[in-house]
Design a protein around this ligand. Structure first.
Ligand code: TEU
Ligand code: CA
Length: 557
């Protein structure tokens, strides 16, 4: 993966290979099971690399595959330098790197270093006594004067972030589950161990890292600061110097707290930190101010477009955007933003179009490319996720009925998007010959990869075209973004300009037809690049769009 030498005088930015790349996220537990134990694994994934090569993606972001008690499906790591037996062996992993490379695909590992598992050797040692050399690898505090928690910091998975450790008489911090103790980044020994481990993986030939909740590592708990702490960027620059510098890799930070200005600190070209970060404003915009994600606010296209425009503008001269609708923590894109009942195919395609033609690196969450939908669960027994199960307990205690909880959980829990990849109409969707660890979405009979690949008009082929267009059109990679009709409640319209090229993107984000009046500046003729219904080569003073119709057209001069 070297920077393609394509001279185009209009491109003034220094090219990096990941500018024109598309990343595909794999949640290994749910991707492909090779041995019938119901859990996806690395050999299963290797068996599907040809499918990914056909889709055209350049990079796989692999959610954690390390040794783990799986309290949080691998985001609780017991050994950073070994593979969980249910996923395979180090030899399988090396084979994955080699086989992927042979298809032009790089592997991004998930770097989870805000916390470890409570089964990590460091934590086991730390629990042995206050003077253990590993004690300071974690964040310990004495009880408050009444014996209670040191302060009111809360865990993202519900309840206090402090857990009392009776044998040593102190509390330890866990911003996630109590089985995920937070590492103490103020300790230089912790930083050195993390860098050593990162170099060990980088030397094995991986293409980079996705960094889990990386905005939390600069926390200062006594000041009750968790995200965006005062030393965060020092640590990231330190990390860069010790591991990433002089390596041509992609790094993406998961940063729920990022703002347009801090994004420039993380991803600015001269900063020596990360390639890019994930921002979540389009996600949290739908969350209730008081109840958070468990209560959704209605879809508001005008507000959504404003978020995208803001980010496109903020990182237009420096830094780099990542583009995504979903991931393993979020609802399925087509269920959240599209219409998965009346227009599942059209709305999945149109959401892909408006996202992939922006400036930034697009991320596709496994199954999104075939239009997979949120699984409809009926009862709490079908859920597996610690976050959902904790929340269920808390909300039941607060008086919410099971039915009401399931209603909200179906919309927003993480499990509804973690059901296994739907490969075919075979039993268990071709995912496994055994019983999957979590139920399949029953719609695999119609929504599956085999059917999608065979049908030229499928969501899959739409994604494949978008991924290819990014590789062949600099205007998609580097063009200047401008939004139009910002106040229109149904139309999503923007242009991208580079030199004498202009890409016009027009989408109807609704399940009703639209008769759209266009400003003079948008009237043009050109080459239709991608469309959902029919190619359009001329844009006049108005355009008739079917429900969820979208198109993009390239004009010159
Ligand atoms: O997610 C961080 C995080 O903040 C989420 O838990 C978020 O609060 C929630 O999912 C919103 O729905 C990362 C990982 O992506 C997630 O899977 C892990 O559980 C978490 O960190 C802990 O490692
Ligand atoms: Ca398996």
């Amino acid at each position: 993966m070297t920077d393609a030498a394509r001279p185009n005088p209009a491109v003034t930015e220094e090219r990096r290979w990941w500018h024109a790349s598309t990343v595909y996220q794999i949640y290994p537990r749910s991707f492909a099971d090779s041995n019938g134990d119901g859990i996806g694994d690395i050999p299963g994934l290797i068996g599907r690399l040809d499918y990914l090569e056909n889709l055209g993606i350049d990079v796989i972001w692999l959610s954690p595959i390390y040794t783990s008690p799986m309290d949080d499906n691998g985001y609780d790591i017991a050994d950073y330098q070994d593979i969980a037996p249910e996923f395979g062996t180090l030899a399988d992993f090396d084979r994955l790197v080699t086989e992927a490379k042979a298809r032009g695909i790089g592997i991004l590992l998930d770097l989870v270093v805000n916390h470890t598992s409570d089964e990590h050797a460091w934590f086991v040692e730390a629990c042995k006594g206050r003077d253990n050399p590993f004690r300071d690898f974690y964040v310990w505090r004495d009880p408050a004067s009444d014996g209670g928690v040191p302060n009111e910091l809360a865990s993202h998975f519900g309840g206090s972030a402090w857990e009392f450790h009776a044998p040593t008489g102190q509390y330890y911090l866990h911003l996630f589950s109590r089985r995920q103790p937070d590492l103490n980044w103020e300790n230089p020994k912790v930083r050195a161990e993390v860098y050593r481990m990162m170099n060990w993986w980088l030397d094995r030939g991986i293409a980079g890292f996705r960094m889990d909740v990386i905005d939390l590592i600069g926390k200062q708990v006594d000041a009750k600061i968790t995200s965006d702490g005062p030393h965060l960027h020092d640590y990231l620059q330190d990390m860069h110097r010790e591991t990433l510098a002089h390596r041509d890799v992609l790094t993406v930070g998961e940063t729920w707290s990022v703002t347009p200005s801090s994004a420039l600190l993380y991803s600015g070209r001269e900063r020596g930190e990360l390639s890019m970060v994930f921002q979540f404003e389009h996600v949290t915009q739908r969350w209730d101010e008081t109840y958070g994600k468990w209560r959704s606010k209605p879809f508001d296209l005008v507000a959504l477009k404003a978020v995208f425009s803001k980010w496109q503008q903020a990182l237009s001269e420096d830094g780099w955007n990542s583009l995504f609708w979903g991931n393993h923590d979020l609802p399925r894109a087509v269920s959240r933003y599209g219409d998965d009942k009346a227009f599942p195919v059209q709305s999945a395609k149109t959401l892909a179009t408006v996202l992939h033609l922006m400036k930034g690196t697009p991320y596709v969450y496994q199954g999104e490319e075939i239009g997979m939908t949120n699984a409809p669960f009926r009862s709490i027994d079908q859920y597996r996720d610690i976050e959902t199960l904790n929340m269920y307990r808390l909300q039941r205690k607060a008086g919410l009925s099971p039915e009401a909880f399931i209603l909200g959980a179906n919309e927003n829990s993480r499990d509804n998007a973690r059901t296994p990849m739907q490969w075919s109409e075979e039993p268990h969707g071709g995912f496994s010959e055994g019983t999957p660890w979590i139920e399949m979405n029953p719609n695999y009979v119609t929504i599956n990869a085999e059917a999608a690949v065979a049908d030229e008009s499928s969501v899959f082929h739409h994604y494949r075209r978008l991924i290819t267009l990014r590789k062949t059109h600099d205007v998609i990679v580097y063009g200047h973004y401008q939004s139009w009709l910002d106040q229109h409640p149904q139309a999503f319209v923007y242009t991208r300009s580079l030199g004498d090229e202009r890409l016009t993107v027009i989408a109807n984000i609704a399940s009703e037809a639209l008769s759209l009046d266009l400003p003079d500046e948008l009237r043009t003729t050109g080459e239709p690049l991608i469309w959902t219904h029919a190619p359009v080569a001329t844009i006049g003073e108005s355009l008739q769009l079917a429900a969820w119709e979208s198109l993009a057209l390239l004009s010159r001069g």
